[in-house]
Design a binder for this molecule. Structure first.
Ligand SMILES: *Cc1c(COP(=O)(O)O)cnc(C)c1O
Length: 233
């Protein structure tokens, strides 16, 4: 049975995405919703699938593995895809390559090499984003802006990686406007890298409370958990 609450929440999120896109003359179709399912049970993920969501984001490899192989989710026919949005440790690279269509969190040369090696062994071209650390908070990961171009260069030289764009997580603030300078910086970095010849179509930025601001600043992938599934424990 369809859970009306999750269904309604997803509709609300799609409305927010559309409105934000149209407000800056972008087409809503250029923005992809990633439903973030960390701590969410497979049965409730299924309700989001029923409501039309096809891309799910997890921030831990092991948790994603358990869900993908769960009875509920291994039985579905819809072509759902999984993205890794959290930090990736090198010793989990092999499992990550097997599970995820897009890894949002490449933040070092060593990690890029490791993912490339496992993608090669698996006969896969792995789509990746490079995570940029724009906030001084110690809890935030990513390559610092000064190190971005060399890392992009290295990622592009690896034959089993396909670089799709950039990702960032701004420091948490109640006021979504506080995130704007961070989102804008990511877009500007993308433009700078573009002048150096890097094609970076995707910007992964914006979460439940600040997705409008992110879309106004150019997000193509928004990662939304709480606004769909409610608060986490
Ligand atoms: C949990 C998480 C999200 C979703 O956050 P909400 O505020 O629940 O929408 C987005 N991105 C990352 C990297 C996360 O870990």
């Amino acid at each position: 049975m369809r859970d009306r609450e999750i269904f309604g929440n997803i509709n609300t999120v799609y409305k927010r995405i559309s409105r934000a896109a149209l407000s800056v003359d972008r087409t809503p179709f250029d923005i992809t919703l990633i439903a973030v399912t960390k701590t969410v049970e497979p049965a409730r993920i299924l309700e989001a699938v029923d409501a039309g969501v096809r891309i799910f984001g997890e921030n831990r490899v092991q948790e994603a593995q358990m869900k993908v192989s769960s009875r509920e989710l291994s039985a579905i026919r819809e072509p759902v895809r999984w993205h890794l949005i959290g930090r990736l440790q090198r010793n989990k690279a092999k499992a990550a390559v097997r599970l995820f269509d897009l890894i949002h969190s490449i933040d070092s040369l060593e990690l890029a090499f490791e993912v490339d090696r496992h993608a090669g062994e698996a006969g896969k071209i792995q789509d990746v984003l490079v995570e940029v650390k724009l906030s001084p908070e110690e809890t935030k990961h990513g390559v610092r802006p000064e190190g971005l171009l060399p890392l992009l260069e290295a990622v592009c030289s690896l034959r089993h990686l396909r670089l799709r764009g950039l990702m960032t997580i701004p420091p948490y603030s109640e006021d979504p406007e506080d995130a704007r300078p961070f989102f804008r910086s990511l877009r500007e970095l993308r433009n700078t890298a573009g002048k150096e010849g890097f094609d970076l179509p995707d910007l992964s930025m914006g979460m439940s409370h600040d997705l409008e601001v992110a879309i106004e600043e150019g997000a193509t992938l928004v990662r939304v958990g709480t606004a769909i599934f409610g608060g986490r424990p």
